[in-house]
Ligand binder design. Structure first.
Ligand code: G1P
Length: 294
């Protein structure tokens, strides 16, 4: 049994980097092969024992709510036609109505504001946050790895990886004081620093385990980087009460908020699937040979 029961998924963004598809398909519903991005994040949370799922969406995006609800007609149809594999896939993609909630962020005021919007669903206990854009391909659920470490050391915890100085200004950045195995103890955290001002090259990746006191900090957090209410600032303000840890997870992370990252993630998932990998390898090899011969 995990001590973390609830996960928040902020999915209210407009997905402007993926226009025009995001005119009608929300970014988190874009597929990696045959499952939407959001389902990978939900499965990662479910694999770690999380039981409650809170989606911070926007009122003009009904697709996510529809997706996780049971589709009785489809299930009946598949069941009466003995399509058991398809039926299993459809059932796996549903959440019990008692285990998921959709709340709405009506103004794009930033990630911190999105998490604050979910406060009424968060009891007085630590909770997880997963940003579905950060797809983590791993043998063991990345948030599950963090939950295990968190059970030992507590505090606030963020996933981290070294992205190098050139890329750090696209991320939250940890001011690392000390290391204990995969856990980095941080004395501060700053959102999107310039490469020169960045205290390290340890970037925050979109997985968090947060204490409820971060919600109190969010209530009084003023707009920061980019004029938005930043989750990073509230976590940094909570350091006086809770230690801050970066956790270096095992797995490959893909930035599915960018087209190249999304494409790489699609290929990584395909190469991991027995039904798709041989055809993809053959196709890539054939193209490489054609390229080399030209
Ligand atoms: C958000 C967070 C940032 C974090 C990043 C990870 O930024 O604010 O601290 O490093 O996610 O993907 P965004 O990518 O939404 O600008």
């Amino acid at each position: 049994m995990t001590h973390i029961k609830t996960a928040v998924f902020p999915v209210a963004g407009l997905g402007t980097r993926f226009l025009p598809i995001t005119k009608s398909v929300p970014k988190e519903m874009l597929p990696l092969i045959d499952k939407p991005l959001i389902q990978y994040a939900v499965e990662e949370a479910r694999a770690s024992g999380i039981e409650n799922f809170v989606f911070v969406s926007s009122p003009d995006k009904p697709a996510l709510d529809d997706y996780f609800r049971t589709n009785f007609w489809l299930e009946d149809h598949l069941s009466s036609n003995n399509k058991t594999d398809a039926l299993r896939l459809v059932r796996d993609a549903s959440l019990s109505p008692k285990s998921f909630w959709v709340t709405h962020q009506t103004k794009a005021l930033g990630l911190g504001h999105a998490i604050w919007t979910a406060k009424e669903f968060l009891r007085n206990e630590a909770f997880a946050v997963l940003l579905p854009d950060d797809f983590i391909h791993s043998d063991r659920s990345a948030i599950g790895q963090m939950i295990e470490a968190h059970a030992r050391i507590g505090g606030n915890m963020v996933a981290t990886m070294d992205v190098g100085r050139d890329a750090i200004s696209a991320y939250g950045c940890l001011d690392v004081e000390a290391r204990a195995g995969k856990c980095l103890n941080a004395s501060g955290m700053v959102e999107k620093p310039s490469p020169e001002m960045a205290p390290s090259t340890h970037a925050v990746i979109g997985r968090y385990i947060l204490q409820p006191s971060v919600l109190d900090k969010l209530a009084v957090t003023t707009p920061g980087a980019g004029g938005e209410i930043q989750l990073t600032d509230a976590i940094a303000a909570d350091i006086a009460h809770n230690e801050l840890w970066g956790y270096e997870f095992d797995g490959s992370r893909y930035d599915c908020g960018s087209k190249s990252g999304y494409l790489e993630a699609t290929i990584a998932v395909a190469l991991d699937r027995i039904d798709l990998a041989p055809a993809l390898w053959n196709s890539m090899l054939a193209r490489t040979e054609i390229g080399a011969a030209a």
